[in-house]
Design a protein around this ligand. Structure first.
Ligand code: HEC
Length: 106
C-alpha cells in the first residue's frame, strides 16, 4: 500500500514538472494554486502567463491593474471564463505583487 502511494506521488510530481518545463512556475504560484489554471506558455483555464506579459508590455499601469485583478478576480479580458478572487481579504498583497511582477517580466 505504501509503495502504491509513493509511486502515485512520484507520478503526480512528474506531471507537474512536465507541464512547467519551459520556465519554472515560482513557489509562490504553487502556494496560491495559480498553477491549477495557468501555465507559463500554454493556455489552461486562464491565459498563458507569457501571453499576459506580451499583452501588457509597455503598459505602465499594468502592474497595479493586474494586482487588483488577480486579488479580486474578474472576466472579460481573455474570454468569458472568470478568474476567482485569489486574495479577497487583502492579506496576501505582497505575494500578489510578487506574482504580477514575475508575470510581467516573462
Ligand atoms: C480557477 C482558475 C484560476 C486560478 C486559480 C487563477 N487564475 Fe488567473 N485567470 C484565470 C482566468 C479564467 C483568467 C482570464 C480572465 C479574463 O478573461 O478577464 C485569468 C487571468 C489572469 C491574468 C490576466 C488578467 C487580465 O486582466 O489580463 C493574470 C495576471 C492572472 N490570471 C494571474 C493569476 C495568478 C497570479 C493566480 C494565483 C494567485 C491566478 N491567476 C489564479 C483563471 C485562474
Amino acid at each position: 500500500m505504501k509503495s502504491i502511494i509513493t509511486s502515485m506521488m512520484v507520478a503526480a510530481g512528474l506531471m507537474v514538472a512536465g507541464s512547467a518545463m519551459a520556465a519554472e512556475m515560482p513557489a509562490v504560484a504553487k502556494k496560491h494554486n495559480c498553477i491549477a489554471c495557468h501555465s507559463i506558455d500554454k493556455k489552461v483555464v486562464g491565459p498563458a502567463w507569457a501571453d499576459v506579459a506580451k499583452k501588457y508590455k509597455g503598459d505602465a499601469g499594468a502592474e497595479a491593474k493586474l494586482i487588483t485583478k488577480v486579488s479580486k478576480g474578474g472576466s472579460g479580458v481573455w474570454g468569458s471564463m472568470p478568474m476567482p478572487a485569489n486574495d479577497p481579504s487583502g492579506t496576501k498583497q505582497a505575494d500578489m505583487k510578487e506574482l504580477v511582477k514575475f508575470i510581467l517580466a516573462l
